[in-house]
Design a protein around this ligand. Structure first.
Ligand code: PLP
Length: 400
């Protein structure tokens, strides 16, 4: 920003903007912009296939488009109730009872947010005081790092075992008197891990013993493979009043740009989350909330078909990546392939840049999922049309 020169009627600035920034540090200086979103910008610049950011390049179900158009035609243009349109909260309550085996009162225990991103931020701001410790399994979805910085949390990263299972001793050691919360993501981004009932029970016991809140990000709950079953941590005994379950319409219904998600928690937690949510965003887009009610009316076959479709895409990318020399395993859930790139002899960031520029394929450097490390990893999404994936694989195979 340029300041006007001092003269009649102008007050000279006391300090140049540069001096202001050097003497006034900000919490925004403690983290970088999202690497995932940066890779999307790089993909656009190089006209590369974007297997970096997890969003579909195929349309959402027609029922949702129709409902969104109807909502606009019906002039649903003004603010919804700040914590979410009543019909959407009621539909969510029914769906969650059936699918997640949890009961939430739509009047006091459900908050509709601007995506699960806002649900996570609002939840953390609602329960964390600066200095509180938050246990985060590593690797983790990139946003949780900045979320911790913004809320003032002190993150305690707990490495998952090589097969991404829970290392019980490491988890026990991570909890202390200062532990206020844990952040769990199942099915997991970037690893595809689905935490088992046994692992979840172990985590639940630790939360109960240490009086900690569990914030669980379950946005890939319907994208599961090979007979794996998603279980909500909040459905385990003793977790009802200490779990915030976060969900979203983004991935299940292929509408990542609609920005509609939700936080489910008991009334005491919800009243805090709602206050933060109100002053952060006032509310999620009203016409799209109406359309999300239609999403929740889709038949059960929709969810089965979604998993079958993603399974096929998973196989296409898996075979292509293997052929191109990447080391990877099939994920249990979500829509990412977390690969090992050691054999290519380049660091994750250099290799990601090289892939965009020379092969025309964008992926995410592994280090963005770790507080330290991850330089031998690269994450690809398969949330794309079959032909997009086939073309990306063709380009990658040419590279080696
Ligand atoms: N949580 C996880 C684990 C994700 O992978 C993503 C997006 O990739 C999000 C949250 C963001 O979801 P939303 O679009 O609901 O904000």
């Amino acid at each position: 920003m340029k300041h006007a020169p001092a003269g009649a009627g102008t007050i000279p600035p006391a300090q140049s903007p540069g001096a202001f920034f050097s003497t006034h540090p900000s919490r925004a200086d403690t983290f970088t912009e999202s690497v995932i979103r940066e890779m999307t910008r790089l993909a656009l610049k190089h006209d590369a296939i974007n297997l970096a950011q997890g969003f579909p390049d195929f349309p959402c179900p027609p029922e949702l488009k129709l409902a969104a158009c109807e909502a606009l035609n019906d002039d649903i243009n003004q603010y919804a109730i700040t914590w979410g349109a009543k019909d959407l909260r009621e539909a969510l309550s029914q769906r969650v009872k059936k699918f997640n085996a949890m009961q939430f009162d739509p009047e006091t225990e459900i908050t509709v947010t601007c995506g699960s991103t806002e649900a996570m931020m609002a939840s953390m701001l609602a329960i964390i005081q600066p200095g509180d410790e938050v246990v985060v399994p590593e690797p983790f979805y990139e946003n949780y790092g900045p979320d911790a910085q913004i809320s003032g949390a002190s993150p305690k990263f707990v490495p998952l075992a090589d097969d991404f299972s829970i290392d019980e001793e490491a988890w026990k050691a991570a909890f202390s008197k200062k532990t206020r919360a844990i952040i769990l993501n199942t099915p997991n981004n970037p690893t595809g891990k689905i935490f088992t009932k046994k692992e979840l029970s172990f985590i639940a016991d630790l939360c109960i013993e240490h009086n900690a809140v569990a914030i669980t990000d379950e946005i890939y709950e319907h994208i599961v493979y090979d007979g794996h079953r998603h279980i909500s941590l909040g459905s385990l005994p003793g977790m009802e009043d200490r779990t915030i379950t976060i969900g979203s319409f983004s991935k299940t219904y292929s509408v990542t740009g609609w920005r509609v998600g939700y936080a489910l928690a008991d009334a005491a937690l919800t009243s805090r989350i709602r206050k933060i949510h109100d002053f952060l965003t006032v509310g999620a887009p009203a016409p799209l909330q109406r359309a999300c009610v239609a999403a929740l009316q889709l038949p059960e076959s929709y969810y089965k078909e979604l998993a079958v479709e993603y399974d096929r895409k998973r196989q296409i990318l898996y075979k292509g990546l293997k052929k191109a020399g990447f080391a990877c395993d099939l994920p249990e859930g979500a829509y990412y392939m977390f690969t090992d790139i050691s054999s290519f002899g380049m660091s994750d960031t250099a290799f990601a840049r090289h892939l965009v520029e020379t092969a025309g394929v964008a992926a995410v450097p592994g280090s963005s999922f770790y507080h330290t490390g991850g330089e031998t990893k690269l994450r690809f999404t398969f949330s794309k049309k079959d032909e997009t994936l086939t073309e990306a694989c063709r380009r990658l195979e040419r590279l080696t």
